[in-house]
Design a binder for this molecule. Structure first.
Ligand code: TXE
Length: 480
């Protein structure tokens, strides 16, 4: 906070157990509402005295570049904490951390190229400018599924715009957010520009979304809490909002696709991060003529994928991050069977002697009204539905309240483009899935959220525009 560590003192502590190993791995304080106020004060002062937004783009870019370099230097350490707290495979965690360094390096360019517009066509008497200004103090609430990646899809862009930050990570995965704050300080970010408060969503999270001196709130998490964020903004100061919420993302596979590629991509799309991924391809929609064969191909991938200890370099699917999430996933698996879906494979927990693991699960005979076809499960659970025509595939894909992501697998360009145009989703993949990088924005249509993160759109999201009208020459007087 304000560029320095604050001793935990007599605050209550939260002990985090590794979800894969069942032993305590980290301990963070449960910050109080007074701590949050102090963090907002620090961010407010740092924004209002222009110690960051008043720097030129070159100086801001230099801090972001140094941050990228320091993340690379500490990549193994960050990845290790990420795996211990979240349960994701260590090789995946390392790749994510390096991707995060790239986010900072990319955003450093945006700090220099961010600009507005000019109007030289308003006649000889008037010149118009549109300038971009940072929104102010940004509250940043992040979830536990990608603690460092989701943080780094936002922080570099927020800082590139000139804003200051109060971040509240998920209570179960706070370590790497604290590490990032330390790195930013080491990289030369002025004190007060990045503050972290750890603790529960229901206390300091709620206080942050209601805070009258926070100008913008970026929230990534459940749709239920997203609704509270919108209500809190309305009841407090109408703070600007960025929301990335749930998804129930379709993967459409046509018979003319490279089915081997598609089966691998579909397995990856639901198995990656144990399906605890807002953009997981959890609804498989397959052309009927190949549906049974394709289900067998996906099942073969599931049978071979390596589920296990996330600290093992060979592991591809690690632990379920929280006991609550584990229970949620298992209850959906039971509900799916009770509603009449056919369990093709999986559906069970893997007994490793400790920790919580669920093997990839595939359901057939699924109808659109079933809860496993409609609700975000956030686990390695895939449903298959057949289609006969492209129109039907698009209709099934759009039959959801969400609109975060979608994939289409076909070698026919007309089908690929028709589906891409007509399926409502903020991120689209053609013959691939879950690809991404700092250039392409993320965000949802419909109830999956508001606004976009990353890319030029990501930095613009944290700015507001000002129109400047400049009179040239002698004024034509109103009072003659
Ligand atoms: O999310 P929460 P949970 C979905 C997924 C999952 C479900 C529940 O379906 O099963 O949400 O997960 C903070 N005011 N996603 O319960 O509670 C909380 O401390 C302010 C999808 O963990 O939304 C954490 O930092 N903040 C999603 C963050 O919100 C509050 C990723 C997310 O937690 C708060 C995670 C409050 N009243 C879950 N209550 C995605 N889009 O990737 C909680 N928080």
């Amino acid at each position: 906070m304000n560029g320095a560590w604050v001793p935990a003192g007599d605050r209550e502590l939260f002990d985090r157990q590794s979800p894969a190993h069942g032993v305590p791995v980290t301990r963070v304080p449960k910050c109080t509402v007074e701590d949050l106020d102090a963090a907002v004060d620090a961010a407010r002062r740092a924004f209002d005295d222009r110690r960051w937004s008043g720097l030129n783009g070159q100086a801001r870019a230099a801090v972001l570049l140094r941050t990228g370099a320091l993340i690379r230097e500490r990549a193994d350490e960050i990845a290790y904490f990420e795996t211990l707290e979240n349960g994701k495979p260590i090789s995946q965690a390392r790749a994510e951390v390096l991707g995060c360094a790239d986010m900072f390096e990319y955003a450093s360019g945006l700090a220099r190229s961010l600009h507005g517009d000019s109007f030289n066509n308003l006649g000889d008497g008037l010149f118009g400018l549109v300038t971009r200004e940072p929104v102010g103090v940004v509250g940043l609430i992040t979830p536990w599924n990608f603690p460092f990646l989701i943080l780094c899809e936002r922080v570099p862009y927020i800082l590139a715009s000139g804003c200051t930050i109060v971040a509240k990570p998920s209570e179960v995965t706070s370590a790497t957010t604290l590490i990032l704050a330390e790195i930013l300080s080491d990289a030369g970010l002025p004190d007060g520009c990045m503050n972290v408060v750890t603790g529960a969503g229901s206390s300091i999270g709620q206080a942050l979304i209601e805070h009258p001196r926070v100008d913008m709130l970026s929230f990534t998490g459940s749709t239920a809490v997203g609704r509270r964020v919108v209500e809190a903004a309305g009841k407090s100061n109408f703070k600007k909002l960025g929301l990335e919420l749930g998804g129930k993302n379709p993967q459409i596979v046509f018979a003319d696709a490279d089915l081997e590629d598609a089966a691998d991509g579909v397995a990856f799309g639901i198995g990656f991060n144990t399906g605890q991924c807002c953009v997981s391809g959890s609804r498989l929609i397959v052309e009927r003529s190949v549906a049974d064969d394709f289900a067998r191909m996906v099942q073969a991938k599931f049978d071979k994928v390596r589920v296990g200890d996330p600290l093992d370099e060979a592991t591809q699917i690690g632990a379920i991050t929280t006991e609550a999430q584990n229970a949620t996933i298992m209850s959906y698996i039971e509900r799916g069977q009770a509603e009449g879906a056919r369990l093709i494979c999986g559906g069970a927990q893997l007994d490793m002697g400790r920790g919580q693991f669920i093997v990839p699960t595939l359901f057939g005979d699924v109808t659109r009204d079933m809860s496993i076809a409609r609700e975000e499960i956030f686990g390695p659970v895939l449903t298959i539905m057949p289609f006969d025509t492209i129109e039907e595939a698009i209709e099934i894909a759009n039959d959801t309240d969400y609109g975060l992501a979608a994939s289409v697998w076909t070698k026919n360009i007309d089908k690929a483009l028709t589906v891409t145009r007509q399926v409502q989703a903020g991120r689209f993949w053609v013959n691939t899935t879950l690809a991404g990088g700092p250039e392409l924005p993320l965000g949802g249509f419909r109830q999956s959220g508001w606004g976009r993160e990353a890319g030029i759109y990501g930095v613009e999201e944290y700015t507001q525009v000002k129109s400047v009208h400049i009179e040239i020459g002698k004024r034509d007087h109103w009072v003659k």
